[in-house]
Design a protein around this ligand. Structure first.
Ligand code: EZ4
Ligand code: CO
Length: 412
């Protein structure tokens, strides 16, 4: 059996997705997610021009060898475009292997370690009544863990706050924040870290008072604080017992987390923008995080995700894989299989995809009692409806950015 055909499919049902479809000489197909939010067509070109010609004729069963070949042959290692491309190939090959074996992928990764995956949803609002409303909506949808993002007095538009007018597609725009806006120009948001630090502890105090001690609560700092500011926030949130504080400082400087760690016992989650297992090496070894936020799509696929989690298990570090709507249903399925199999699963981020996306990608996963399960179809449990996909051509969309009051560009 050889890889006979490799197609790169771009579709934009509710948002843009890039999917690699491999077909073997025996007619077995496998899908891989290569979606890189806001830079989708760079990955399309990388795959079409540089990867597809290398795949034709290869043995689809040689997953590790293909991964190493694509990683090392590029010479210019790492980077999100390269790693999203390799990820798509890796996912599609695991998909094919599992289909040929007649098993859902998690069985090849060691079998299920739990009944399902605890998943958290995104609640948000400008002010407390809206936040409470959004949390209640998520509880009604079955979520048993909730990320809370709040508006800040004086700021007009900031990361994580859903709005009714958002043209985004990922579920109910009133409750689900999806930042990539369609349009030729990125939208501008505003930011003031001191105002944020003054406001957020009171929000979590109010949420705890309203919803009780039991509900796991999460918060995303989205790379905006200095180490000292992050330490201060972590400390001031300790009474409210967060499940995690995510991306408290910019991800490039991992050393910064040492200072944060010295000052707070609030658990830290990092890694959604990391590309490789190497990016996680030091923060795992130095025990600077509690949850690993890598996405299967952005760090090279199932093969390195599983290796990274096995390494993290030596340090009691758990998974918290990135799961916004820019991870396609194929990527979500892949990381659900990994999460079900590994011992050190922590939580899965889960933003529901829009209705059109669910028609393009037919999925076998289930969502019961706050737990996700990838289903038991052989492979990943996702099929791409090519006719549906063809209805939605690519639309340019950018992530936003933000500026401080004096006009300085700040981390988004
Ligand atoms: O900003 O997926 O935790 N989730 C996040 C996301 C990211 C987007 C970027 O593509 O931080 O909302
Ligand atoms: Co995040």
């Amino acid at each position: 059996m050889i890889i006979e055909k490799a197609e790169v499919i771009v579709t934009s049902p509710d948002r843009n997705f890039v999917t690699l479809k491999l077909t073997t000489s025996d007619g077995v197909t496998g899908l891989g997610d290569a979606t890189l939010n806001g830079r989708e067509l760079a990955v399309v070109a990388y795959l079409k021009e540089h990867v597809v010609p290398l795949l034709i004729g290869r043995d689809p069963h040689q997953i590790e060898d293909t991964w190493q070949f694509l990683y090392r042959i590029s010479y210019w290692r790492r980077g999100p475009v390269t790693m999203a491309s390799i990820a798509a190939v890796d996912m599609a090959l695991w998909y094919i292997k599992a289909k040929v074996a007649g098993l859902p992928l998690y069985q090849l990764l060691g079998g299920a370690s739990r009944r399902g995956l605890l998943a958290y949803g995104h609640a948000s609002g400008k002010e407390l009544p809206e936040i409470f409303d959004s949390i209640n909506d998520h509880l009604e949808q079955g979520f048993r863990a909730i990320r809370v993002q709040s508006g800040v007095p004086g700021l007009k538009a900031i990361y994580g706050i859903a709005s009714q007018s958002a043209d985004t597609g990922g579920g109910d725009a009133r409750y689900d924040h999806e930042p990539a806006r369609r349009g030729a120009k990125p939208t501008e948001e505003d930011w003031d870290t001191r105002a944020y630090l003054r406001h957020i502890p009171g929000v979590f105090e109010a949420v705890r008072n309203e919803f009780g001690a039991e509900l796991p609560l999460l918060h995303d700092g989205h790379h905006r604080m200095t180490p000292l500011q992050a330490a201060k926030l972590g400390k001031s949130l300790e009474p409210y017992d967060l499940f995690w504080l995510e991306d408290c400082t910019p991800a490039e400087n991992q050393e910064a987390l040492k200072l944060v760690r010295q000052h707070t016992t609030t658990p830290l989650a990092i890694g959604e923008v990391f590309n490789t297992i190497w990016d996680f090496k030091d923060i795992i070894r130095d025990q600077l995080i509690d949850y690993m936020r890598g996405a299967v799509t952005h760090m090279g696929g199932i093969t390195p995700l599983k290796k990274t989690m096995d390494y993290a298990s030596l340090y009691q570090i758990k998974s918290g894989f990135h799961g916004p709507t820019d991870i396609s249903p194929v990527g979500m399925a892949a990381q659900m299989h990994v999460g079900l199999a590994i011992h050190n699963f922590g939580i899965q981020e889960y933003m529901k995809h829009g209705a059109k996306t669910d028609q393009v990608f037919e999925q076998s996963f289930t969502w019961t009692d706050g737990l996700l399960h990838p289903g038991d179809n052989p492979g990943l449990g996702v099929e791409l409806n090519v006719d549906e996909a063809g209805k939605y051509p690519y639309e340019q969309a950018y992530l936003p950015y933000n500026r401080l009051a004096d006009g300085t560009v700040h981390d988004w």
